[in-house]
Design a protein around this ligand. Sequence first.
Ligand SMILES: Cc1ncc(COP(=O)(O)O)c(C=O)c1O
Length: 377
Amino acid sequence: MDWIEKEKKLIPQVYKRQNVVFERGEGCYLYDLNGKKYLDLVAGIACLAIGHSHPEFVSRVCEQLKKLVHVSNLYYTTPQIALAEKLQKLTGMDRFFFCNSGTEAMEASLKFARKATGKKKFVAFKNAFHGRTMGALSVTYKEKFRKAFEPLIQPVEFANFNDIVDLGKKVDRETSAVIVELIQGEAGVYPAEREFVKAIFELKEKYGFLVIFDEVQTGFGRTGRWFAKEHYGFEPDIMAMAKAMGSGFPIGCSAIKEEVAEKLEKGDHGSTFGGNPLACTASLATIEIMEKYKLVENAEKMGDYFMKRLKELYSEVRGKGLMIGFKVSNAEELVRRALEKGLILNATSEENIRLVPPLVIGKEEIDLAIEILSGLG
Ligand SMILES: Cc1ncc(COP(=O)(O)O)c(C=O)c1O
């Protein structure tokens, strides 16, 4: 029996997978079990900022692996504290709760918001995606993801994205937090307008709620800035991050301002694995490699180039940096045909392709992608 047939018997069928088994990766390329090479424009869904198996990352993680993997949060370990120190400089946030994924970062963020404000209500946006655990799912919009699992946490209201008037109707004095992706990712790469983000902060002043930025997908250089918030110039009370934070090694974080941290007490939240020495070393190595090779700058430059080239082929090209979406007539068919030609794409809907390639991508790879896409019509 081959691997794919076995998977169908062994793994709950909750994933829609492409028909390929990958064995190894290097830089922007993946190789399947038959040795066929693929140009990867998905990067494990926006995770492999430094590309696959970066040699400096591998050696840093292996070194830590030999030294200490895990002791739990009953004790202090140096990589967790060093990572927090580094993140403080990068994000402008004050304190850092470490966990293991984006959805966990959102769970922590929602709990912290309730504890800090003593209020219950959350306001999120239509088409938002914040994860699939019960709390994160409660602020995720798609009916298909939510329906079977209701009742979810309440009260939650969804406002139209980029609609200041509608948001004004949904927030009130009972609102604990407004949760926003500055660029909606799973929805298909739709940036928030600056005026809209400004309005969120004006309403915050009026009603006293907290603002949670979900930078799980937009963080760590993806948009040509370390964090998407730098494009807008507003500072959240809480910021969720994960994905590229560990270059594929599972790590997430809820970064908070001191005013939120002051309200937290021992036992309010926790994680056995969260912030363990191996995960934090993977994250520190990722950040240092990104700094050394100027990958944030590369994301901005290559993002501009990629979007310019995509506009030669497609009508609606959106995004910032290397977080790019564009419209096609049959997205799933394009993903399947591109895969046959050795190009990895991702469809977020029937009509939308999302590209979130490694931030180490260069013109040569972008030109190759355009050549393959042109051939697919
Ligand atoms: C904006 C955003 N928030 C949260 C999540 C959930 O992250 P994870 O899949 O790591 O739990 C995702 C995942 O795609 C995301 O894009």
